[in-house]
Design a protein. Structure first.
Length: 411
């Protein structure tokens, strides 16, 4: 997609200097662990929550939504109306993490809009249950430290007899949203037993909130059976984020459980949370890869507009301090607006501005048009290869990025 001559020279010259800020946080504040969008794991799996009456699966990003399949292996979301979730992670502290074994303590909030579905006892997703949902998970008392070769680690381990609301904020929950007149037809929200639903159709009539969190562990054996040691987590850990990893850079993971549903404004009750279903361990949560969030500009300057009949609208991504280390020659960049994904074309690097400029077809992006003077929420995303400093021969790691803009509809 990109002219190679405009890229390779700056990649080779800047490989160590700029990427050091990315992989070695003490060199510069470039870590996406602090404040970033969360995407699905590399396999685009939804996060989950069970036990209780309903087993909920939910997507944090568009890639996950596009890969959801029903029991017959058919894609659940297709066509011109595809929901685009957005989930962010924020830390309460902006202080730098000290070198290990020292640490600072911070709270981590994971929040945003997700797409939720019910999973049946065989593990299949029910397309008729699909619904918009609000997610909020607050992990309290997270230890933040940095160590060789410079990556940041965030960790929260549950201690014995620790009050559950000292681990997860009491307002941690997932709220399934009842459909409105503007909700797309592919989000019918049917079958949410335990919530307020229509007796005849099973349609969700009002928002329904489930508490998320953990339980009080009296025995170490119980805790480690439900929160075991894995290739990513340490035993008893409910939250972990690692900036650098040999497998998945900027990996974030949560292990939580779910309680009984309530109808807002009544608050979910953390005391109803359990991490087993009968004698079976049923801990939910999931893993995520944090996106780099780059600036994005669609259709020109501030207060810009988008013509739905246009065929060649400029899209600029950047600037970014990582520019000199990115191999744009292999990049595939797409745009979407709650509909089909459209590949950007004619991309080229603007080296002096540290940006990439491409073209977009609004006709392809908005096959159903848009509403005059209303913002068009556009998501630009892609995978980029960054050169690893000091590698000989040169080696790269793939990083996902996202950029957003919302020009107004001109039609």
């Amino acid at each position: 997609m990109f002219p190679k001559s405009s890229v390779w020279a700056v990649v080779a010259l800047g490989a160590f200097v700029s990427l050091g800020a990315l992989l070695f946080p003490q060199v510069g504040h470039a870590q996406c662990i602090w404040d970033c969008d969360l995407g699905s794991d590399p396999n685009f799996n939804p996060w989950g929550n069970s036990p209780q009456a309903l087993d909920i699966a939910y997507c944090l990003d568009r890639d996950c939504v596009l890969n959801l399949r029903d029991g017959n292996d058919n894609l659940i979301f297709t066509g011109n109306s595809i929901p685009t979730p957005q989930v962010k992670q924020d830390l309460s502290s902006t202080a730098p993490c000290p070198a290990s074994p020292a640490f600072i303590t911070t709270d981590v909030t994971i929040s945003g809009n997700v797409v939720a579905l019910l999973r049946d006892t065989t593990g299949n997703l029910d397309p008729n249950s699909a619904a918009n949902a609000d997610l909020k998970i607050v992990i309290k008392g997270v230890k933040c430290s940095s160590g060789a070769p410079g990556g940041i680690t965030l960790s929260r381990v549950v201690q014995l007899n620790e009050l559950q609301t000292n681990v997860f904020g009491a307002d941690s929950s997932i709220t399934i949203k009842a459909p409105t007149t503007t909700t797309p037809a592919n989000l019918p929200a049917l079958g949410w037993t335990g919530c307020t639903t229509d007796r005849k159709t099973g349609k969700l009539l009002s928002d329904c909130a489930f508490p998320l969190g953990t339980v009080v562990y009296k025995k170490l054996t119980d805790r480690d059976a439900q929160l075991p040691l894995t290739s990513f987590y340490v035993a008893g850990e409910v939250y972990r984020a690692v900036e650098t990893s040999t497998t998945t850079p900027r990996q974030v993971g949560v292990r939580d459980c779910k309680g009984d549903a309530v109808t807002p404004p009544k608050l979910p009750d953390p005391s109803t949370i359990t991490c087993t279903r009968g004698s079976t361990v049923a801990v939910g949560g999931g893993e995520s890869v944090a996106f780099f969030t780059f600036p994005g500009n669609v259709a020109g300057a501030d207060n810009h507009t988008l013509n739905e009949n246009g065929t060649n609208v400029p899209v600029t991504v950047g600037p970014t301090s990582f520019f000199e280390n990115i191999d744009f020659t292999t990049a595939i960049i797409t745009a979407s607006a709650n509909g089909p994904e459209v590949a950007l074309t004619g991309c080229f690097t603007q080296d002096n501005l540290q940006t990439v400029k491409c073209s977009l077809s609004p006709q392809a992006l908005l096959p159903d048009g848009c509403t005059k003077n209303q913002p068009v929420a556009i998501l630009v995303q892609g995978n980029l290869n960054l050169v690893i400093p000091g590698s000989n021969p040169p080696q790269t790691q793939t990083f996902r990025f996202v950029a957003r803009d919302a020009p107004k509809c001109a039609n």
